[in-house]
Every structure is written in C-alpha cells, then in structure tokens.
Design a protein around this ligand. Structure first.
Ligand code: ADP
Ligand code: MG
Length: 597
C-alpha cells in the first residue's frame, strides 16, 4: 500500500490551532490586550463593534514592530518572548506561545499598522485567512494597531455558534476588566459601537477597582497587605455584608495575570468562616506576587489556571492574611445576618432620606406578593387557560387529575407546614407543594406571558427612582431596555452610572427595584441558565426567583388557596423554572402501605 500521511499546509494547521486559541470574540480581545501589555504600552484602546463579531481593534502606544517582525508575527510559533525552553520557567510576559496572531489571522480579516519609536514610517499589513493581501509603508504613530474584522468569516459553523450580542459583550467586558484590574498603571479605553463604556485613567489599585465597578464599591473594600518570603499579597476583600449570592467579583492575579483557582478561593472563603450566610460568596481582588520560577503557567491553553510550587503554604498564608484583615477592620461585630435583603432600602433612597432633600418615601416592609392577586383575583383564568392549558388533550393523567381536583382543594382545606410546604387533600390522596417553588412557577409564567404578549401593566412611581450601577451594568440594562419595558418597567434617563426608573411592573414594589435588577444582571452575566439564549427567559426566571415568596413566610388560608389555584392554572405546574419538582403526590394506596408495612 502507498503512504498516506502528509503534512498539513500551514493555513490548515493554523485554522486548527485557532479552534483552541480563539473560542469567541473575547479570546481575541484577551490576546491582543496581552500583546499590547507585553509591548510595554502605557495607553491601550479597545474598540468593539457588534460584540466583536464585526470589529475588534486594539491600539497601543507600545514599542511597535519592525517590518520584518510585523510579517513574522503572523507565523506560527513566532515569538519574541522566549528563546529557549529554559525561559519557560522564568516568564515575565503574558504571551510566549507565538500562536495567537497566527491563529487569529487564519480565521479573520486583519489590518495591522505598527511603527517603532525611532522609525519615521511604519508598516501596514492586510491579511485574510493566513494570506498576506497587501503590505505598504504608512505614516502612523508609535505603537501598534491591530483590527480584527469578520471573525470566523471562513468558519460559518463557529460564527453561528456565537451567543447573543449581550452575552458575547459580557465575555469581552470580563476580559477587559481582568486586564484593566491587573494593570492599574496603564490607561484603558473601551468603546462598544462607538459608545464609551470605560475610560480608565492611570491610577492606584483601589481607584482602578472603583472605576471599574462603580463608586459604591469604595465603601465595601477592606485592604489586604502581607509580605512573606514565599509570597506577597496585596489587594482588597469586600466586607462580608456585601457578599453576593452569585460568585461575581472574585479576582486572583498572580504576577499580574488573572487566574482561576478553586484551591485559593477556598482559602479566602474559609477566612470568612462564620461571617458569611449560607450560599453567599465574598467578593475579592487579590494580587499575589511569587517568584516566576515557583509557578508553571503552561498547564492550560488559555492560561487561566496555574500550578504553584508551594500550594499548601500559600493556602495557609492567604487564609491567615485575609482573616487578620477582616479582624483588624472589626467586621464581625457589625454583622446582622437576620436582616432581610428584600426589605433593604435602595441606596439612593437612603441618601435622600438622610439628606432630607427628597420627599419621604415609605417602603412597604409588609410587602406581600399575594396582595395583588387577592385584590384582582377575579383574574380571568379562562383566558389564561386557553393560552396555556389544554386540559382535554393532555396525556398527563396526574396533571389532569390534579386539575379536576382543584375545585376540591379550593373548597377543601390546605395546610401550611413549617412555613415551607402546603399540604392539600385531593381525590387520589394528598399533594405536598413547595410554596416558594410553586410561586416561582406562577410568577415565571406570568412574566413570560407579559413579556411575550407585550401588554404588561405598569404602575407609575410618584417619584422617579434613580439607582446607581457600574457603567457596564448601565450599558447592559440599556441594551435590555425594550425587553424590560415589556415587563412593565418604564425608564427615564440613562446616564453613565445611573438609571432613572419611572414605572415598574405591577407585581413588584418600589423597594424591590434594585434587588431584582441586580439579580437580573448577575443572572445574565453568569448566563444562568447556560442553555438559554433568550433574554425573555432569563429575565422571567430571574424575576420569578427574586420575587417568589420565601420559605419562612406564613400564608393565610386564602393565600394558600390562591397559590394552589394559580399553580395548577400554570402551563407546567409540576416543575419550577429551574427544573425542580414543585410538588409530590401521595396516593391513598401509598399512604396505606406506610401503615400496613
Ligand atoms: P506571543 O505573544 O505568544 O509571543 P503572538 O502571536 O501573540 O505570540 O505575537 C507574536 C509576536 O508578535 C510577539 O512575540 C511580539 O513580538 C509581536 N507582537 C504582537 N503584538 C504586538 C504589539 N501589540 N506590539 C508589539 N509587538 C507585538
Ligand atoms: Mg501574544
């Protein structure tokens, strides 16, 4: 038989390598920003169009490249950063693989302009699909500008696989934030579709963190500072009272490189021992400096995981340091975890009230999600049913049976157990319902209907409420504006770090606005649920989670009945929006066996 093995042509090899290096627009952003930093730039601009699908451009004032280097930089394994394998153990740069530009050039259109300090003219290259289309001399300023256009233009499958603009933008912002937080002494600019998202001036670390996450971050930070022979640790942790339900703002940097480490995260979390309520996560920004020889950053292709030589010692030092700082800042005594976050007054209100400047706003601390339903309970379920329920055609016997028996449960008695479950008698036996999951389902379908049918009712606020967010969060809310309006929100002005709300969905109260918007931002950022592409769905899920009655709420008989009725008027009463079983039935037979066995 003849030989069949052949070497892949370079452009094919590059395209394959690109699959690993470039997963999405944000991967390109990361590589280009890191190259600018390695080139010792002091000012870096990132320009994005259409979530990076149309354009990703990075402009730096770094050392630039000679014409030969500019051509070479797009070859695979072309790097100026290491010369021998030995250098791998003493890395001071972000890049070293020499793959990024070659990979990106294989799957996009590239335009490069670059000039070194002492040269009069620079180099202008155009490349597409690994082919150099043109090379010219150009008059340009010192440094490098790389524009990456039409990413994945030659791999339609990859392009179609990209998620919504909101999600891809979020990934880009994540990368940008990581780099910007790692390098406070470099100034950064981020524009998306010609709008300025960030303009970060050269600053100290604390001010950089505040510039990235918004002014209200400042009061949350507790400084961390420790130097030992093995490691130096700088940075901040957020006071436990500001811990979050979602892991959001958790940043480790090792030698100015963002990394993920479940092990070190555990060290920090354990330092908060006893200060965090179950399910809450601390925010932190921790900068570790270790000798480059004591780490191996080579174990992960996208380099967010590293291996430490003295892992156990680092764990112990980190934990002790954070614990010490928390103690020193006297965090423990002021904690009050029994406070219900739902009842918190939004930040702006607090200020206004204490200044006495604004009219007094009363927050409804007795908020009861059922009030509305009680008031207008004559709610026309027939309409609702015709929209969602086809009782005749359903194959699901259980659902049908429960449905039939709803009449019975309405007239029959419902019991609340441990302020957590509802127990109701049905024809075949009994049903045990989780009150909070049931309410989540009811709210979820209600919101979904409102959003999609686009006739949500809105209540106008007597006094518009202004809420502060970070600039990126404001941008995300602005992007979801019309979807949110379909739920009943009415917005007034959007400024850089504030939004003004004039109207809200009838199912929420004024005091919940901040809470549910923050929850929504968290959910969108973390793409919960992973599979969901639709804003609507994430939004409806997020709202239902924020607003559902919680365990521990006692419900009147009427409220219990209302909930049971509403649940079984749902399209899908048996599972919560997050896939949990809402109720369990016990047939008479099953009950009998309990007593006869
Ligand atoms: P690596 O960063 O791993 O070396 P890249 O493919 O990202 O590989 O870049 C290849 C080379 O191109 C770099 O080693 C560097 O010499 C040069 N280069 C890339 N971007 C820049 C830039 N913005 N300024 C100056 N040189 C650059
Ligand atoms: Mg690089």
């Amino acid at each position: 038989m003849s030989d069949i093995i052949q070497l892949l042509p370079d452009h094919v090899a590059n395209q394959i390598a690109a699959g690993e290096v470039v997963q999405r627009p944000a991967s390109v952003v990361k590589e280009l920003l890191e190259n600018a930093i390695d080139a010792e730039a002091t000012s870096i601009k990132l320009l994005i169009k259409d979530a990076g699908k149309t354009l990703i451009q990075v402009i730096d004032n770094g050392k630039g490249m000679s014409t030969t280097d500019a051509r070479l930089s797009f070859e695979r394994h072309a790097t100026s950063k290491i010369k021998s394998a030995q250098d791998l153990f003493n890395l001071n740069t972000k890049g070293f693989r020499g793959e990024a530009l070659a990979s990106i050039a294989a799957i996009a259109h590239i335009e490069l302009k670059t000039k070194q300090k002492n040269d009069e003219l620079g180099t202008h290259l155009k490349i597409a699909g690994s082919k150099v289309l043109s090379q010219e001399v150009v008059s340009t300023s010192k440094g490098t500008s790389i524009a990456v256009k039409n990413l994945f233009y030659n791999i339609p499958a990859r392009r179609n696989f990209l998620k919504s603009d909101t999600i891809e933008t979020r990934h880009i912002i994540d990368e940008f934030q990581r780099v910007a937080l790692a390098h406070p002494s470099i100034s950064f600019l981020l524009h998306h579709n010609n709008n300025e998202v960030y303009h970060l001036k050269e600053n100290n670390l604390r001010k950089r963190i505040v510039a990235v996450f918004g002014a209200k971050m400042n009061e949350k930070l507790v400084p961390i500072n420790e130097t030992t022979d093995l490691i130096s640790i700088q940075g901040f942790v957020a006071k436990p009272t500001y811990s979050k339900k979602k892991r959001g703002e958790q940043f480790f940097f090792v030698n100015d490189r963002f990394i993920k480490s479940a092990y070190l995260n555990h060290a920090v979390v354990s330092a908060f021992d006893g200060l965090l309520e179950g399910g809450y996560h601390p925010s932190y920004f921790l900068y570790l400096t270790v000798p480059p020889t004591s780490i191996d950053i080579n174990i992960h292709p996208t380099k967010t995981e590293i291996k430490f030589e003295n892992e156990k010692a680092l764990y112990a030092i980190l934990r002790a340091t954070v614990k010490h700082s928390l103690g020193q800042y006297n965090i423990a005594p002021i904690l009050d975890f029994n406070r219900d976050a739902n009842l918190d007054t939004p930040y702006q209100f607090k200020q206004k009230i204490s200044n006495g400047a604004a009219p007094k706003i009363t927050v409804d601390s007795n908020f009861n999600p059922f009030k509305k339903e009680q008031q207008n309970y004559q709610k026309d379920t027939s309409n609702w049913e015709s929209l969602y329920i086809s009782t005749e055609s359903t194959e699901d016997n259980q659902q049908e049976e429960l449905f039939e028996n709803q009449q019975e449960t309405q007239s029959g008695k419902t019991f609340q157990i441990q302020k957590k479950y509802l127990l109701s008698s049905i024809k075949s036996g009994m049903v045990l319902i989780s009150q909070s999951l049931a309410h989540q389902r009811v709210l979820y379908e209600e919101f979904l209907e409102n959003i999609t049918v686009k006739e949500a009712m809105s209540q106008q606020l007597l006094f518009p409420v202004s809420i502060s967010f970070s600039a990126t969060d404001v941008a995300m809310i602005a992007e979801m504006k019309s979807d949110l309006e379909n739920t009943g929100f009415v917005f007034d002005a959007f400024s850089k770090e504030t939004i003004v709300v004039k109207g809200i969905p009838i199912s929420i109260t004024e005091s919940q606005i901040t809470l549910i918007l923050e929850q929504l931002l968290d959910d969108i950022k973390l793409e919960v649920p992973e599979s969901s592409f639709s804003h609507f769905d994430v939004m409806a899920k997020s709202f239902s989670k924020s607003l559902a009655i919680k365990t521990g709420t006692s419900l009147s008989e009427k409220e219990q009945e209302t909930l049971v009725h509403d649940l079984f008027s749902c399209k899908e009463p048996s599972i919560s929006p997050f896939g949990k079983a809402i109720f369990k039935t016990l047939t008479l037979q099953e009950i009998d066996t309990i007593f006869n066995s």
